[in-house]
Design a protein around this ligand. Structure first.
Ligand SMILES: NC(=O)c1ccc[n+]([C@@H]2O[C@H](COP(=O)([O-])OP(=O)(O)OC[C@H]3O[C@@H](n4cnc5c(N)ncnc54)[C@H](OP(=O)(O)O)[C@@H]3O)[C@@H](O)[C@H]2O)c1
Length: 202
């Protein structure tokens, strides 16, 4: 069992929290308003950011892109040594393909940060449905520089019922960031209704 803190209590946090809770992992949400949201909709405890991170091996930043860098900087000392998963989508807040949101997060955390970029191209609605209506297993694409952290993360993805696809070093998160607007375009064009996924066929 892995202890996972998910910072944020929105759509992605709830979907990931439920999937990992159902897979037998320990999940805690971190919220700016833990007293308001003491118990989440999916039965996961909600704590203040620092309290959620304490005792967790893996921390998922499930925040709007514009909140990620500042939050990472504020929590940098608590996040030292943790596997940090950045799922945020910058869209047009970044110059295309020159830097990724996850690289900015890694810089905000400082030397030794173990950041993985992931779930960027997984619509929230699909996270509870690892197979589509044709039985095809969905992918989770991820990028990062720490091979040990990536092995741990791949097991968490497998436990959710998805196929982990290692997309290489963290700089390749630039490509993952760019895949998201294209997926939204394709989902609309082909009436995917938010249930489309990218699939890598080796
Ligand atoms: N929705 C999708 O299908 C999808 C798919 C892939 C990736 N993503 C990415 O995942 C991230 C989360 O998306 P979401 O759909 O879950 O968003 P969301 O439903 O809006 O939830 C975001 C959560 O972040 C916290 N938050 C909001 N503003 C904040 C701020 N200024 N500072 C600190 N915390 C703040 C809130 O939790 P508290 O109020 O409890 O603190 C909120 O519940 C985004 O970056 C998005 O681009 C989304």
């Amino acid at each position: 069992m892995t202890q996972i803190a998910i910072i944020g209590t929105g759509r992605m946090a709830q979907a990931l929290g439920l999937a990992w809770k159902n897979a037998g992992h320990g999940v805690t949400f971190g919220s700016r308003s833990p007293s308001v949201r003491s118990a989440s909709d999916v039965g996961v405890p909600v704590k203040a950011h620092r309290d959620a991170i304490r005792g967790s091996e893996v921390v998922v930043l499930a925040l709007p892109y514009r909140a990620v860098e500042g939050t990472a900087r504020a929590l940098a000392s608590e996040l030292t040594g943790k596997l940090v998963v950045d799922i945020s989508n910058p869209f047009d807040a970044l110059p295309d393909n020159r830097v990724s949101g996850a690289e900015i997060t890694a810089r905000a955390l400082g030397p030794g940060a173990r950041v993985i970029a992931a779930f960027k191209d997984n619509f929230a609605i699909t996270l509870g449905r690892p197979r589509d209506e044709h039985g095809r297993q969905r992918d989770v694409h991820y990028a990062g520089d720490d091979e040990t952290a990536k092995r741990t993360f791949a097991r968490l993805v497998t436990d959710m019922g998805f196929t982990p696809v290692d997309c290489g070093p963290l700089r390749n998160a630039r490509v993952l960031d760019a895949m998201v607007p294209l997926m939204i375009e394709l989902d609309g064009r082909y009436q995917g209704k938010g249930q489309s996924s990218w699939k890598f066929l080796a």
